[in-house]
Ligand binder design. Structure first.
Ligand code: GUN
Length: 291
């Protein structure tokens, strides 16, 4: 029997209605609407599409958004000056600098320049540190979206073996931190899972993957995960967005759906949830700023 489809697009639509209601309630209390400043540097086509989709989602939820564009050849200092301006702008609750940035720019310096309470991506070391010790401020949007898919689809992670393929700061590492965490008042999203992070240098990769009750793939290689790498009945979360022969495909090969019990599609799985969690974080930032 083919795997149950974990429909991230439908869940994202439901959650965006909930967030829009919460935004309206926030404004009804007399607060200004939440605001997100998106910064786009250069001309990467995919980044342009992501930022456009993020701003459309803001619009639909009643969140104001502004787009700031800098040329491909801009300096670190120009970008740092813009971030300083947005940090000082009382209308701006969240600042999103779309990654990746051009080579000449010191990406880490830019991330660290964003005020932690406007860092709706959750990439600032202050926010990473908070997540690490179980008192998060903002969860990074992609792993937060995966956590919401698992929770709202009734997939219990407690005690389960979770394999995460990929060790990036945006997906793999924060995903591991969220799912291993003990749930608490400060961290209700904790997952109580036994987590293994696997990457390009991991030995016995296939044996490790085959042990996993839940496999989360975020390595950015089209169709890397093949059916023989998956434990029968496993839950598969595909974070990949790759271009293959003119189509958008995930990190997981289509044949895996015959082995898994449940699987997110690409497109229409994790992607729409990432944007939804950005809206959630921007609302949360507005609540922090409204005292
Ligand atoms: N590039 C790929 N994913 C992300 C993300 O979640 N946030 C930002 N700012 N850039 C990205």
């Amino acid at each position: 029997m083919p795997a149950r489809v974990l429909d991230g697009k439908a869940l994202a639509e439901t959650m965006r209605v909930e967030i829009a209601q919460q935004v309206a309630a926030h404004v009804a209390l007399g607060h200004r609407p939440p605001g997100l400043a998106a910064v786009l540097v250069g001309n990467v086509a995919a980044s342009r599409v992501y930022v456009r989709n993020k701003r459309r989602a803001c619009d639909a939820a009643g969140i104001r958004s502004w787009l700031y564009e800098l040329p491909e050849e801009c300096s670190s200092q120009q970008l740092l000056d813009l971030v300083a301006q947005l940090n000082a702008d009382a209308q701006v609750d969240g600042i999103l600098v779309q990654l990746p940035l051009p080579k000449q720019i010191d990406e880490q310096a830019v991330i660290e320049a964003i005020l932690p309470d406007k860092d709706v991506d959750g990439f600032h070391p202050d926010n990473v540190g908070r997540l690490t010790i179980g008192i998060p401020r903002f969860l990074p949007c992609t792993p937060y979206g995966v956590q919401q898919i698992l929770q709202r689809e009734g997939i219990d992670t407690a005690g389960k073996r979770v394999a995460i393929l990929g060790r990036s700061n945006i997906v793999g590492k924060p995903m591991a931190l969220i799912l291993m965490q003990k749930p608490s008042k400060a961290f209700p999203m904790g997952g109580d899972a036994t987590v293994t992070i696997l990457h390009s240098r991991s030995r016995d990769l296939v044996e490790q993957l085959r042990q996993a009750d839940i496999l989360i793939a975020g390595i950015g290689v089209a169709h890397f995960v093949q059916p023989e790498m998956v434990k029968p009945g496993a839950v598969i979360i595909d974070v990949g967005i790759n271009s293959l022969e003119g189509k958008i495909v995930g990190d997981v090969a289509p044949g895996v759906a015959e082995i898994a019990s449940a699987m997110t599609p690409v497109p229409g799985g994790v992607g729409p949830m990432t944007i939804t969690m950005l809206l959630q974080n921007t609302l949360e930032a507005a609540r922090i700023h409204s005292g």
